[in-house]
Design a protein around this ligand. Structure first.
Ligand SMILES: Nc1ncnc2c1ncn2[C@@H]1O[C@H](COP(=O)(O)OP(=O)(O)OP(=O)(O)O)[C@@H](O)[C@H]1O
Ligand SMILES: O=C(O)[C@H](O)[C@@H](O)[C@H](O)[C@H](O)CO
Length: 186
């Protein structure tokens, strides 16, 4: 849940010129800046936005809040809801962005099967992540779950529909970089 607003720092003249609708899943482990970047993209381009964390069953939120990592079984119903949302957005046809950790390849395959979904992987070092998680307050995810998040992450392969962006720059710069990558992607 980012407090920074990258969209504010983007000037009018860099606008959304040349960005056609995409269906993005901003992925990565907890604290990478998914919400910050995804809300920036959605605000800038007028696309629909869904916070993936809001689709978790309460049992998953309770489990993570108690410092216990989710299993494949825990994540399955959540991924289905994420996929339902993406499917609906593709039907609407105006572009959309979802935050979802999508840590394993099989999760990404579930989300994108038969849909024109692309993943935005925010890459960030464990040290920066730890610092961010420790500084963040008011979020259910405890920093103690970071090692299991990192151990579970399967980096997207070159055969996957992925846009890799460094998540370490200030949010406005990440947003500019991503918009430029989207403009280049037809
Ligand atoms: N590029 C950035 N530089 C510095 N701080 C950032 C950056 N992006 C996000 N942050 C801060 O790091 C914290 C995590 O960001 P955010 O909530 O967007 O991550 P997230 O990946 O959505 O996390 P989660 O999956 O746990 O909800 C927040 O306090 C946010 O303000
Ligand atoms: O797959 C998972 O383990 C979960 O989705 C987590 O990644 C959290 O939902 C999220 O990142 C909140 O911090």
């Amino acid at each position: 849940m980012g407090t920074l607003n990258p969209a504010q720092a983007v000037t009018e003249d860099t606008a959304d010129i040349g960005v056609k609708p995409h269906y993005l899943v901003v992925m990565g482990v907890s604290g990478t800046g998914k919400t910050t970047v995804a809300t920036g993209v959605a605000t800038r381009l007028g696309w629909n936005f869904q916070e993936g964390d809001a689709l978790h069953p309460q049992s998953n939120v309770d489990k993570m809040s108690a410092g216990k990592p989710l299993t494949d079984e825990d994540r399955a119903p959540w991924l289905e809801l994420c996929r339902d949302w993406l499917r609906e957005q593709v039907k609407l046809g105006k572009g959309a962005v979802l935050t979802c950790s999508a840590l394993k390849r099989i999760y990404r395959d579930t989300l994108s099967k038969g849909l024109p979904v692309e993943f935005v992987h925010l890459q960030i070092s464990p040290d920066v992540l730890t610092e961010r998680m420790n500084q963040r307050s008011g979020h259910f995810m405890p920093p103690s779950l970071l090692p299991s998040q990192l151990a579970t992450l399967e980096e997207p392969g070159d055969d996957e529909p992925v846009i890799r962006v460094s998540g370490e720059a200030p949010p406005p710069l990440i947003l500019e970089k991503l918009l430029s990558r989207l403009r280049d992607r037809k």
